[in-house]
Write a protein that binds this ligand. Sequence first.
Ligand code: ADP
Ligand code: MG
Length: 242
Amino acid sequence: MSKLGLKVSNLSHFYGPKCALNNISFEVENGHFCALLGPNGAGKSTLYALLCRLFSAQDGEIAIDGLRLSENPRLALARMGIVFQHPTLDLDLTVRQNLNYFAGLHGISGKTARIAISEALHRLQMAEREHEKVRALNGGHRRRMEIARALIHKPSVLLLDEPTVGLDAQTRRQITEHVHDLASRDGLTVMWATHLVDEVWPDDRLLILHRGDIICDSVAKDISQKRSLAETFAELTESEGA
Ligand code: ADP
Ligand code: MG
């Protein structure tokens, strides 16, 4: 029950002399939704690059679903699904063809792939669009499809980096709800990076990242207390002319 979906210990990252992450540590329990809220430049994408091993950690330790990334990279990464900040879909393939290609990269093929893809599309209410070319889809459907893709190999930890940027308010809301459900209903550990306070729900676990430091780590409603989260977030992050 108390197993950790994510554990980050004393993680730092520098781009040359610039410190993008400053010795951060946090834990996310299995099956919890954790929002990572931070303004542009806070270090969110840098953290994701380290979590998915796009960058190897210069310092500190990461464990995914109890597996240390430095010791068991293949097994640890197999437990993780990721939706990057910038879309990575082949526009001229259909939805199913894109997902099939990804399944193949994970060594999943044939009937197993067909079933896993159908399940993932169902979960994101995208089943009826499986034969449409991605180019024909609107931004919200493309994002849902990327979330479906991240679920095909049945990860236990799902990481999303600003997955709703550029979408209209209603679509943002629907996708935010879907992904909350993936944690509460399906038991995935979710980390959702955003700079938008309205995507954080009162009962969410909330990390606020600012200039490479975690400046809050609690439940959202406890951080904002009687004020709105928007006010609290602005006050915490707008100092020194940020
Ligand atoms: P966020 O995703 O929260 O907007 P990033 O992780 O992209 O933040 O960036 C954190 C900091 O690191 C920013 O100050 C950014 O300018 C800097 N940074 C990001 N990528 C690079 C890079 N490739 N080279 C140098 N600095 C970078
Ligand atoms: Mg980013």
